[in-house]
Design a binder for this molecule. Structure first.
Ligand code: OGA
Ligand code: MN
Length: 282
C-alpha cells in the first residue's frame, strides 16, 4: 500500500491516507506508519470507524498497551480502552462552570514516574460544534528556543502533581460502561525539563502545564520560567486543533507532544475511546 502523508501544519503532525487501519496491516505498512509516527509525533487517520478490538489491534503496532491507572474511565469489557467525554444534558443551563470536557495542555500521565509512550484517540460521538483536541510538537518548540534559553533549561527538573481537580472530573465519568471509581491520588514526581526521546534521541521541552507545578532548582531568569516556556510553546505557529468527525483517529507520541481540549456545550454528547501505549514495541 502506498501511504499518503500530508502535513497538518508546517510544525505539527501528518494526515495519513491510502491505508485502511481497520484491517490487519502488512509488515511493511506497519513499518512505514511507525516511521511516520517517529518523524512527526502526531498522525491523523480520517473517517475509519473502529470497533474496540480494531482500535486495540491498531494501537499495538506502536507498542505494548497498558491499563490506564484511573479505573473510573476504563471500559469494563475492554480494559485497554478508556472512555472520555459525556452524555449531553439537553436541559443544561449555562451556570458559568465553562464547557464540558475542557482540559488544558498536558502530556498524559506526566504525574507518574513512567508516563506512557503514546496514545490513540478515536471519535465515537462528536458534538455538532466544539470539542476539538489541540496538539503541540514539543520537539519543534525546543528547536525554536534561543540558544541561551536552551542552555538555561538544560538539567533543570520539574515537579509534576496530579492535584485534585482532574481526579474529580474523571471520577464523574464513572458510568455503566466503565469500571468503579478507584483511588485518585498520586504522589508528586520529578521529570527533567528537557527530555530526550527514547527512540529518536530528539530533545523536547517537557512541559505538561496541567500537572507541572514548579522547577526544583533556582533558575537564573526567575521563577516564572514554566509560565514563559508555556506561553512560548502555545503560540499559534506551534499548535494544530482537530475538528473531530465520527471515525477519526489520532495517534500521538506522548514523549514529544502536548494536547489540550477547549471543550464543548454541555447539552451535546461527545464520546471518545482511547488506548494507552506504555512502551515502544519490544
Ligand atoms: C486524552 C485527552 C482530550 C480530548 O485522551 O488524553 O486528553 O480532546 N483527550 O478528548
Ligand atoms: Mn490527555
Amino acid at each position: 500500500m502506498l501511504l499518503e502523508l500530508e502535513r497538518l501544519t508546517p510544525k505539527v503532525g501528518l494526515a495519513v491516507s491510502g491505508i485502511d487501519i481497520r484491517a490487519p496491516l502488512a509488515d511493511e505498512d506497519q513499518k512505514a506508519l511507525y516511521r511516520a509516527y517517529l518523524d512527526s509525533g502526531v498522525l491523523l487517520f480520517r473517517n475509519q470507524p473502529l470497533e474496540p478490538e480494531q482500535l486495540i489491534n491498531f494501537s499495538r503496532i506502536f507498542g505494548d498497551l497498558t491499563i490506564h491507572p484511573i479505573e473510573s474511565i476504563r471500559l469494563r469489557k475492554h480494559p485497554e480502552i478508556i472512555k472520555l467525554g459525556s452524555e449531553g444534558k439537553p436541559d443544561a443551563v449555562d451556570d458559568g462552570s465553562g464547557p464540558a470536557g475542557s482540559v488544558i495542555w498536558h502530556s498524559d500521565m506526566s504525574y507518574t514516574s513512567s508516563p506512557n509512550a503514546a496514545a490513540v484517540l478515536h471519535a465515537m460521538v462528536v458534538p455538532p460544534k466544539g470539542g476539538q483536541t489541540g496538539f503541540i510538537d514539543t520537539a519543534a518548540v525546543y528547536d525554536a528556543l534561543s540558544p541561551d534559553l536552551r542552555e538555561e533549561i538544560e538539567g533543570l527538573e520539574v515537579r509534576h502533581d496530579f492535584g485534585d481537580v482532574i481526579g474529580k472530573q474523571l471520577a464523574a465519568m464513572d458510568d455503566d460502561e466503565t469500571c468503579d471509581v478507584g483511588t485518585l491520588t498520586f504522589d508528586p514526581v520529578i521529570h527533567p525539563l528537557v527530555s530526550v526521546h527514547s527512540e529518536t534521541g530528539r530533545k523536547s521541552v517537557n512541559l505538561s502545564p496541567l500537572f507541572a507545578k514548579d522547577v526544583i532548582q533556582e533558575t537564573p531568569s526567575g521563577k516564572d520560567l514554566l509560565e514563559r516556556l508555556t506561553a512560548f510553546a502555545t503560540q499559534p505557529e506551534f499548535f494544530y486543533f482537530h475538528d473531530w468527525k465520527i471515525g477519526d483517529t489520532i495517534l500521538w507520541d506522548n514523549r514529544r507532544t502536548l494536547h489540550s481540549a477547549p471543550g464543548y456545550d454541555k447539552r451535546h454528547t461527545r464520546i471518545m475511546y482511547r488506548t494507552t501505549i506504555g512502551a515502544p514495541p519490544s
